[in-house]
Design a binder for this molecule. Sequence first.
Ligand SMILES: Nc1ncnc2c1ncn2[C@@H]1O[C@H](COP(=O)(O)OP(=O)(O)O)[C@@H](O)[C@H]1O
Ligand SMILES: [Mg+2]
Length: 159
Amino acid sequence: MNKKSGNMVEMDNIQTVYENEMEIIFDAKSENEKFARVVAAAFCTRLDPTIEQITDVKTAVSEAVTNCIVHGYDNCKTYDKKIYMKFILRGSKLTCVRNDSGVGIDNIEKAMEPMYTSKPEQERSGMGFSFMEAFMDELEVVSERNKGTTVVMKKRFVD
Ligand SMILES: Nc1ncnc2c1ncn2[C@@H]1O[C@H](COP(=O)(O)OP(=O)(O)O)[C@@H](O)[C@H]1O
Ligand SMILES: [Mg+2]
């Protein structure tokens, strides 16, 4: 039986794993991209990360949040334009979930190709998903048309 005490989980009295979770919901507005980056960095400080690790997380979160702002609610007047984020620390592993309730992505495989963008006229680089993949250890994208898009990113903090 697993037992919870404070933020520590004792698993069969064999090992103790640090555990912490945090959720935020904020408007899909460009000024909140910086806010999300700072929040992510602050939440990770418990793991005593290197500057490089923190920069990786901030970059990935920045790209993930920017996608909700730029693409998520494109041409949607009726949606409540919010971004949901959840951060989970378990041991040395960070899981970051980001969700919007927007237009969704029809072809995820294509969207994730390096340099693919549906907005070339805005001079978008099409490298957002590639950066998320490069700076985190795992990336998963789930999407449904007019329901929204969820991105799950994971990173292990080891030296
Ligand atoms: N949250 C989202 N909602 C709808 N479409 C998205 C979302 N995130 C990404 N996309 C689609 O995936 C494409 C690729 O995203 P990305 O690699 O970040 O490149 P960029 O943002 O520069 O276009 C976008 O051009 C867009 O069509
Ligand atoms: Mg992008």
